[in-house]
Design a protein around this ligand. Structure first.
Ligand code: PLP
Length: 388
């Protein structure tokens, strides 16, 4: 089924807040009758896992991102693990990652016994700084994993040059960037492989779900084995594998969601233009910086409060006024799981400064113009209450 409408689906994620819940929530997904119908037909088809919908989801996703292979997984975190395992990354190897990301960009490296090495990010885009990555390279570096933060592609050409100079692979963490593009090319095919996630905050969702895209038939074949118990034929297990499969129900939803992606991104782009104008008049805050050679898909809309303004006070004041906002993300290198003798494993001054000042406002694809104005008015009041 192809969904091409530019208007949102009719039955979407809950829109009426429960009592005590924010009036405008950070995230809402766009899914409706088409997804319900797709899931209904899976239930009556006789295939709930390992079936034709998984193959179709992989096919349409690969087409949309102009890559040869896509392999679907139960979630993005195990998809990353499968990718590292398929690439032969393990104990003794190092993988360079940003700290300004969701935790599993880094914990997935630990899951395969390798060591995540945290590099600092660019102060404007929050994406890995190629110079900082270069400074982290050692003889053990096996991969560099740029996160396309919030939906804006990282500096891929420069990062690939660093990788080429040390023989490392480049894996995009495109969990937040479905449909984004860099210098005219879609994410997903900008490195050796890429990971996407489909949790409900993402621009398209299957509830839980992940996808690896790659141009390598060999990597894709190994990941398919890892995904399903290393099984080459019924009850024949060639390698140590896992059960990391996505269900047919999720895959069927995924097929419909891929069909919605461009309409969702068009609404987000239009809303980003409106936000740019609305926020220009708000003191105490900087708007997101988008590089001219790439297309941002705004899974997140992340601003920076000016130095001297207490960001957490602004977040609190927004929530008090019924608009949810959040820090995406508390830096990974400061999480207890990564501390060494109680201390972070790396000095990341830009990441630390950003973590003090970042603030992401609601920016899902169903926001109306009135809600955008409401978000900006609320932010202005919250900033004023915090002394801006
Ligand atoms: C940047 C990033 N990496 C990795 C993940 C992990 O994906 P998942 O939650 O599907 O395991 C997410 C999203 O949750 C993410 O935003």
């Amino acid at each position: 089924m192809t969904v091409t409408s530019t208007t949102p689906s009719t039955a979407t994620g809950p829109s009426t807040p429960a009592r005590g819940e924010p009036r405008i929530r950070l995230a809402r997904y766009d899914a409706g009758e088409e997804e319900v119908e797709a899931i209904r037909s899976v239930i009556t088809s006789g295939f709930l896992t390992n079936g034709p919908k998984t193959a179709e989801f992989e096919r349409v996703f690969a087409q949309r991102h102009q890559v040869d292979h896509a392999v679907a997984f139960a979630n993005g975190t195990v998809a990353l693990q499968a990718l590292y395992l398929a690439a032969g990354i393990g104990p003794g190897d190092e993988v360079i990652v940003p700290s300004m990301t969701f935790i599993s960009t880094a914990t997935s490296v630990l899951h395969v016994g390798a060591t995540p090495v945290f590099a600092d990010v660019d102060a404007e885009t929050y994406n890995l700084s190629p110079a900082a990555v270069e400074a982290c390279v050692t003889s053990r570096t096996k991969a560099i994993v740029p996160v396309h933060y919030g939906g804006q592609p990282a500096d891929m050409d420069e990062l690939r040059m660093v990788a080429a100079s040390c023989g490392a692979l480049v894996f995009e963490d495109a969990a937040e960037a479905h449909g984004a593009s860099y210098r005219g090319r879609p994410v997903g095919g900008l490195g050796d492989a890429a990971m996407f996630s489909f949790t409900p905050t993402k621009n398209i969702t299957t509830g839980e779900g992940g996808m690896i895209t790659t141009g390598s038939a060999e990597l894709a074949a190994t990941m398919r084995l890892l995904r399903s118990h290393g099984q080459t034929a019924l009850y024949e297990h060639a390698i140590l594998g896992y059960n990391w499969r996505i269900t047919e129900l999720q895959a069927a939803m995924g097929v419909v969601q891929v069909g919605r992606l461009d309409a969702i991104l068009a609404r987000k782009r239009a809303n980003a233009e409106r936000m740019e104008v609305l926020l220009a008049a708000v003191p105490g805050i900087s708007r997101p910086v988008v590089r001219a050679d790439r297309e941002h898909v705004y899974m997140l809309y992340t601003c920076l409060v000016d130095d001297g303004i207490e960001r957490d006070a602004v977040l609190g004041a927004m929530l008090d006024r019924g608009v949810e906002a959040r820090l995406y993300f508390p830096p990974a290198h400061r999480q207890p799981v990564f501390l060494v003798d109680g201390r972070p494993p790396a000095e990341l001054p830009v990441t630390d400064d950003l973590a003090r000042r970042m603030l992401s406002v609601p920016f899902h694809s169903l926001l109306s113009n009135t809600e955008l104005v409401d978000i900006v008015d609320t932010l202005r009041e919250a900033l004023a209450a915090a002394g801006a």
